[in-house]
Write a protein that binds this ligand. Sequence first.
Ligand code: GDP
Length: 473
Amino acid sequence: LANRMAERAADVVKSLMKMGMMVTMNQAIDADTAELVIEEFGHKAVRVSDADVEQAIETVGNDRDEDMITRPPIVTIMGHVDHGKTSLLDAIRKANVVSGEAGGITQHIGAYQVTTENGAVISFLDTPGHAAFTSMRSRGAAVTDIVILVVAADDAVMPQTIEAIAHAKAAKVPLIVAINKMDKHGADPTKVRTDLLQHNIVVEAMSGDVQDVEVSAKTGMGLDNLLEAIALQAEILELKANPKRAAQGAVIEAKLDVGRGPVATVLVQNGTLRKGDIFVVGEQWGKVRALINDKGETVMEAGPSVPVEVLGLNGTPQAGDVLNVVETEAQAREIADYREKAAKDKRAAAGAATTLEQLMAKAKADKSVSELPVLVKADVQGSAEAIVQALEKVGNDEVRVRILHSGVGAITDTDVGLAEASGAPIIGFNVRANASARNSAHQKGVEIRYYSIIYDLVDDIKKAASGLLKAEV
Ligand code: GDP
């Protein structure tokens, strides 16, 4: 407070003591007291509320019709495990690189754009699956315009296919069905179509209105048709944006890069993001130092539906956080501070309701349920969330996985301390432990396991969970 008023901290403490409050320099005071002190010093207090924040980021009012342009659709691929989501994303990307820019090497920044033969541009989110989709949505970032539902023709509709349909419906996002693995012997696209009927998805081949395209991620068959189907669906949706306004976007991935500092991949949803822009993103703020596109090129600006890596953040945001360009640095800092405090209050309130101790006590009292606690550290927020969601599904009536903590970045002493206290292993996904954490883990007997494939990780935890089950019997 003293800082913001440009007064000496000792004077502020003195004035508080005069009011009868015995405080020290780094003690928190409530808002009403702060306001009194501020007036005492002849300054003016401005209380920031959610509404103020909304107003500050609503920089440009009405969009003029003549400024609206058609923006590319943003597509997420969903479907059952092993039905070919990743293969399809790779195939589309590769096919486009070959036909497009000579020798262009695409970078994995969390999303990429392709241009169809007819010149339509499409943005694909690079994290397949509904875990990422739902966690983004739960943070308020509705970025997906169209869902591609991949169903393998040799396997038909499976549990996660049904889940994906439910997610797309809940988000009111239209589906296009990609019937994959058509190159395989025994591929039966008709079975896929009739299976889908049971879930109220009537595809065009069955006189419905959901587009269906037969593809093979392996041979590349039908990929052009799929892209055209997306372009057609996009036309129906009439996706518009105003490139002339201040940018708004959503974080689809964020990480702390050793050389470059915090880096976030942002999908611009409206407006144009430019080098030098000042912004808030969740509880963080920054000034755009550089923008890097999906081809690894530095660009000066990114318009609607364009994914870019943003450098120049003061901290690492979370996947799903919304980015807004604001006018001044002071404004950006104020909003970020306000949000950080609001989030802290919320966490404190949630923490009080169910502390770890209470959970443990409950687990002990309820002898029939045993828990396998784990601590998860991953390289990017998206992976951490995907792992947490996958692990939470592991287990049965008797054994359950409990996520002690999940976060982004290297494994540290703090993690080891927390893991030791609960007898939990630490799982590192594409991250390592620093030297000191390695030592203390060794001393304290905390197990650290490293993974780079989510499937392996989940599989091992499943095994551990069933081991625990046997030991109990
Ligand atoms: P995901 O779990 O949905 O991301 O599925 P993947 O993309 O990892 O694919 C699962 C397996 O199916 C891999 O072994 C792929 O090589 C294979 N696969 C994917 N698409 C095709 C296809 O069109 N034809 C054939 N024959 N195999 C495919």
